[in-house]
Design a protein around this ligand. Sequence first.
Ligand SMILES: O=C(O)CCC(=O)C(=O)O
Ligand SMILES: [Fe+2]
Length: 432
Amino acid sequence: MFDTASDELLKSLRDTIVNKPPYISGTLPLSPGSFKLYYLNEGIPSYVDFTNATEEQVAALAAACQPATFGVNQMDVLDESYRKAGKMDASHFATPLVPERTELIRFIREELLDGDDSPRPVKIELYKLNVYALSGKDSFFKAHQDTPRGEHMFGSLVLVFPTQHEGGALILRHRGEEWTFDSAQVVKDQPSPTIGFIAFFSDVEHQVSRVTAGYRFTLTYNLYYDDASPTASNSLDASSSGANLASFKTAFSNLLRNREFLPSGGLVGFALEHAYPVEKSLEHVPSILKGSDAMVWRACTDLGIQPKIYLVYGEQHEDAWRVLVDRVCEGHTAFDGGYAEMLTFREGAIPFEIIEEKYFPKWYRERLQPVSWVLAPKATHTKVKTHYATYGNEPSTSYTYGEGCIIVTVPTLEEREERLYMKSDADCRTVS
Ligand SMILES: O=C(O)CCC(=O)C(=O)O
Ligand SMILES: [Fe+2]
């Protein structure tokens, strides 16, 4: 299989992949009782009612918080040039606000997750109380991704209490796009007690801009899928991903019928739009795919061309090749040659890039399986474990983000036509 498809053909498929923003946000009025927060103030039971808190009450709560640290690789670091805020661990306070008992759970399942993932049970785990404007000085949290705390964690939820403050907007970035959630503005002057909320996928980079006046209090939660695998639901709702699935499937089945599309078969690749927590294996990744990644997986499965998750590894220098591996490969083993070469020989990796003839040794040519990329991988280096150093909101222990792709093997034109023939034959028989 040495075929690759023309970009014109691949574009017809690429154009049907729509990516929604990787977050949802808004305001939610709640019963006044939800705005109380109980905590110990130097051993004395205290509470704040955020619907009518006095300056003294919020100042006392802020003072009871500790300086917030953040994670750099494996370590917890206090660096006020990076994160200047206060925090209180969930074990030190109590809140009657349970997101599962509000509309939030529905928003998360129907709007953030959608399509196949909407019916899945979601666990919302209270993580911390954060305060910005500790001691009356401005505070902020620079750009970071939230550290994944398990292979089934898919996102974070932040609730903003309606205290008067200025600044503190959450700025989100993902794949070159940027969005701002100005929580101070949305909770301001609401007629009834209202919370600001934002939920985003874990691989979205975010930062809290400077709080320049007042106190900004937030509750943060970790979001997990609470099941081992996606529910085997066949009914997709009319959500954007449902609609997207239909047009993607039509475009892909048109391509499969097209005589110019990979007549001798070949590999078709989709770089994943999101990053996923990966430790050693990739087995769980299909069950935690998000957004358009989940859509592509589902469509390929429905079309009977089995998708598989791979990681892309490459060399640092430009003219070297890249390879596909179906598991996480760590570190360099002693080998007289490049990393991709070592993976090809020792780990059975598949080299996929057509490189200049002069770099084309026989062993490479024999193993080469070029990929027609509908969505090309952006990074030469797969971001997994030992190769990845980042700022998180907690020191990372065993999990870190991986970047990968979905690869499908498209059968030869002959096989495809045979399948179509058999299918229409079967259809005829059912009808007669
Ligand atoms: O408080 C916020 O708005 C977000 C905090 C945050 O990003 C975190 O705790 O990781
Ligand atoms: Fe965060």
